[in-house]
Write a protein that binds this ligand. Structure first.
Ligand SMILES: [Zn+2]
Length: 245
């Protein structure tokens, strides 16, 4: 996919990567704080634009950084592949001329988030995943079954990381360069499995301890994050990444 020199080189500066899950106007209980209302997402994207920032897929951001560009980009990532992404997030992203990355659980397409305690939410099926890609957004892998990857035995790890990539490439008919560790849970073997599977990069949650190309940190954005709170989180991200370098 890329030459070997590029593969293990981290993005020049750890880029800001926002992490979302569900985007929906639903009012049912949301104990795991997975949901952001479409109006809130709209306000957050407006706030980013006011800061001179453009939301893009993580693939686009990493490619831009590889080329020495993308300083005004932030990546917008949406975990688990909830069906509401197509209905509620895509129109808001379109309105702002922004794109995002959806990390889908390859073995659960058309199913539910049965790995979570709490409310069950429907996940996109294969046709919907293709529709997301056709609408100009990135589809990445979030493993085969949303397993905890740290400490997993080698064969199961390969199935979760490499197997999910093959399955998604079959669905999409195109390469899948991005991987996202379920629960942000990774160890050295999991990161190596992502490299070995041919991914270009992978992202984690919050953890800034490694922050290389296969452990790109992300921070949580939720319903309570208005413009000033989002700006504060971006600021904290800049400080955190400074500490690790
Ligand atoms: Zn997840």
């Amino acid at each position: 996919m890329r030459d070997d020199v590029q593969l293990d080189r981290p993005p020049r500066v750890v880029p800001p990567v926002l992490m979302y899950h569900s985007v929906s106007p639903a009012t049912t209980p949301d104990p795991n704080l997975l949901r952001v209302h479409p109006d809130r997402l709209d306000a957050q994207l407006r706030a980013l634009a006011r800061m001179g920032l453009r939301g893009v897929s993580l693939r686009e951001l990493v490619e831009a950084r590889d080329g020495g560009e993308g300083a005004r980009m932030v990546a917008l990532t949406f975990d688990d592949g909830y069906r509401d992404f197509l209905e509620h997030a895509v129109p808001v992203l379109d309105r702002h001329g922004m794109t995002g990355t959806v990390y889908v659980v390859a073995g659960r397409l058309g199913g539910e988030n049965d790995w979570d305690e709490g409310p069950r939410l429907p996940l996109m099926d294969a046709d919907e995943v293709r529709a997301v890609a056709a609408a100009g957004h990135e589809v990445g892998s979030h493993s085969s079954s949303h397993a905890h990857l740290a400490g997993l035995d080698p064969a199961a790890l390969r199935e979760e990381v490499a197997g999910s990539r093959l399955a998604l490439e079959e669905v999409l008919g195109r390469p899948v360069p991005g991987f996202c560790y379920p629960y942000g849970d990774f160890d050295a073997a999991a990161a190596q499995a992502a490299r070995d599977a041919g991914y270009d990069h992978a992202c984690v949650t919050r953890d800034y301890s490694v922050a290389d190309r296969f452990t790109i940190p992300r921070f949580y954005v939720g319903q309570r994050d208005n413009g000033p709170r989002l700006a504060a989180k971006l600021g904290r991200h800049l400080l955190a990444r400074t500490r690790v370098r």
